[in-house]
Design a protein around this ligand. Structure first.
Ligand code: ZN
Length: 398
């Protein structure tokens, strides 16, 4: 942590200016009790800055691994790291997941939006070719029966995906699918898993599901303890604080996650306010492992869009179009008040050009395939929800 703080001050303009403006000097940081002297940052602080201010100035930006996030706050954001950091974090994540029963020859199917971030990492490709570890990406924006066929064909030991998608898929599976797919366990992450999603996934696939909590900035943050059901904080790679106001909360209390990425020197994240609400559990975990724990994570909550006929569609396809292809959009929110129509609130960096408005309108009509009336509204502010949390996609239809 000391090394990271000194490094950021020396090589990253954003941190140099931040520390100077708050009269903090890296030499003030001697032990963890000095943590609160370091100023925190939010995604909004970083999102408006050019990459040159956020990345170690000795690197060439276009040579780095880059993940563009759709953003749980509706704010698209780019996270950069070196090739080595990317592999290191993947390896640590696998090591943490190994508690679930990963081993030689384990075959993993990742049901996710293919094309988002680094897909099949190089190390995985090599391990997969050597037969040490198998991995297949299955695009989650395909129709559920296409995903089901792909799973039946691959017969994975482990299925990884969003709990919302996995629970919808689980509800459609029959006995023959269950027997054909027959995973040993599943890992759900990327959004909040409700107890009913958990029940549905476990009943549908006939296997246990473990919760995994991560983000593009930090990779794996915490993963479920197979013995206690608490989440082990991945303290090999992150320094996690849970703050209520400016004070650290104790076991059994809730607050906002503020995280430092201990191995990210290329684009450092120091005391970064991720904005998720979590409840602290006992530290260390009663299972005997030395890690601190979380009892509950209220990460992003994504509602699905309901169609008049009763079907639901995940909002990710629209999120992808808005985040990946329209860099003029600063923030957005998808709102469904009734089964007939959909509204997208858009906060642009600058007033959009006619061609940009046409692109937005095309993306919207493609997304709803004529089944909903679609409109957009340009706004200069998108308010937070009642719990003080931003909701990317909100549907009033249940
Ligand atoms: Zn444990």
């Amino acid at each position: 942590m000391r090394e990271l703080v000194c490094h950021a001050y020396r090589h990253v303009r954003y941190y140099r200016e931040l520390f100077d403006s708050s009269s903090f000097h890296p030499s003030d940081f001697r032990s963890l009790s000095d943590l609160q002297k370091i100023p925190t940052s939010t995604k909004q602080d970083l999102q408006i800055l050019p990459p040159e201010k956020l990345v170690d100035r000795r690197y060439k930006i276009d040579k780095l691994v880059c993940r563009r996030t759709t953003g749980s706050t509706g704010i698209p954001f780019k996270v950069r790291c070196s090739w080595f950091e990317d592999r290191l974090l993947s390896t640590y994540a696998l090591q943490t997941w190994s508690l679930f029963g990963f081993g030689l020859g384990t075959r993993m199917a990742k049901v996710k939006i293919v094309g988002q971030g680094s897909d099949l990492p190089e190390t995985m490709r090599v391990l997969s070719r050597l037969g040490i570890f198998g991995m297949r990406m299955i695009h989650s924006l395909q129709e559920p029966d296409v995903v089901c066929r792909a799973l039946r064909e691959y017969r994975p030991d482990v299925i990884v995906g969003y709990p919302g998608f996995l629970s919808h898929l689980a509800a459609d599976l029959d006995e023959s699918d269950r027997e054909a797919i027959n995973p040993r366990f599943l890992i759900a992450g990327g959004e909040t898993m409700t107890p009913s999603m958990r029940r549905q996934i476990e009943a549908g696939f006939g296997a246990r599901v473990y919760e995994s909590y991560g983000s593009h900035e930090f990779h794996l943050i915490a993963a479920e303890c197979p013995e206690t059901g608490l989440l082990h904080v991945n303290e090999r790679t992150v320094l996690l604080e849970v703050l209520n106001g400016d004070g650290e909360v104790g076991s059994g209390q809730g607050g906002e996650t503020v995280i430092t990425a201990l191995h990210s020197f290329t684009q450092p994240f120091i005391r970064f306010r991720l904005g998720d609400w979590v409840e602290r559990g006992p530290a260390p975990c009663p299972c005997g492992l030395p890690w601190a724990t979380l009892k509950r994570v209220e990460g992003r909550k994504v509602d699905w869009i309901k169609l008049p006929g009763g079907d639901s569609i995940p909002p990710e396809r629209l999120c992808m179009a808005l985040s990946m292809t329209m860099p003029w959009i600063k923030q957005y929110q998808i709102i469904q008040e009734n089964r007939e129509s959909l509204l997208v609130k858009v906060l642009p960096f600058e007033p959009p050009r006619q061609s940009e408005i046409e692109q937005l309108s095309r993306a919207l009509s493609e997304f709803v395939k004529g089944e909903l009336r679609c409109s957009y509204e340009f706004v200069d502010h998108i308010p937070l929800g009642p719990a003080g949390k931003f909701q990317l996609c909100r549907s009033a239809c249940h």
